[in-house]
Design a protein around this ligand. Structure first.
Ligand code: SAH
Length: 213
């Protein structure tokens, strides 16, 4: 899977995507990334990519004549996603759909300021994706959430293999059972007996019963 990331803050990447299982998956070639600095397509020598809103009001808007050329510079943009609070809200089912084609290419457009000129959305076939009902100051965190959630369900990314992702909370509806590791007693708090029993059936039943919905 390949991601083209369009941002005015290229230094924010790989960010969290360079660490842990997702970072290792990149080292293994399971996914790759090109970061494109939208400022390289600025409309003047001052590096401007934004301007005042037509109609007035506080806050700047990213210019279509900067973003358009930035998108056009990508040889194979694949599916274009714009992170936006009004987009379809990302969830585990949607993540599975995005990952269905493991050779897919995604171009991820990170907004800043008040957002982007609407005509960019008219000009290209763009899917708007939100990561939740709150407002971030930029799309870069959303892009990292998107890539992280996609990569970790890909084959050969998690140590436990398919089993670890299939057991994943949101896949089976619940919000994960309580987790314990060594030591078996900590400050007087004991690990539930059943988990130390080695009885897989009982453990399974206990986990299902204790899932947080
Ligand atoms: N004017 C917008 C906020 C823009 S925030 C409004 O009031 O709704 C600036 C940028 O951050 C957006 O262009 C978008 O790319 C990103 N962003 C903010 N919140 C987001 C969210 N919940 N999900 C995905 N991207 C978000």
């Amino acid at each position: 899977m390949h991601f083209n990331i369009l941002t005015i803050f290229p230094e924010l990447f790989p960010g969290t995507l360079g660490a842990g299982v997702v970072g290792r998956a990149r080292d293994k070639g399971i996914w790759s990334m090109d970061v494109i600095n939208i400022r390289d397509f600025a409309v003047n020598n001052y590096g401007s990519v934004d301007d005042e809103q037509f109609g007035g009001g506080a806050g700047m808007v990213m210019r279509a004549d900067a973003i358009g050329p930035a998108i056009d510079s990508i040889k194979n943009p694949g599916k274009i996603i714009y992170f936006s609070p009004r987009g379809v809200q990302l969830n585990q089912k949607l993540v599975r759909e995005f990952v269905a084609d493991k050779n897919a290419i995604y171009t991820l457009l990170c907004g800043r300021y008040e957002g982007i000129d609407e005509r960019v959305l008219d000009e290209y076939d763009i899917t708007e994706v939100s990561i939740g009902d709150y407002i971030l100051s930029g799309g870069e965190i959303a892009a990292q959430v998107f890539v992280d959630s996609c990569v970790r369900v890909m084959d050969n990314v998690l140590h436990g293999g398919a089993d670890s992702t299939e057991n994943e909370s949101f896949e089976i509806g619940g919000l994960e059972w309580p987790l314990y590791t060594r030591p078996s007693v900590w400050r007087g708090h004991k690990v539930p007996e059943v988990l130390l029993s080695g009885h897989h059936g009982n453990i399974e039943r206990w986990r299902i019963k204790n899932e947080h919905y």
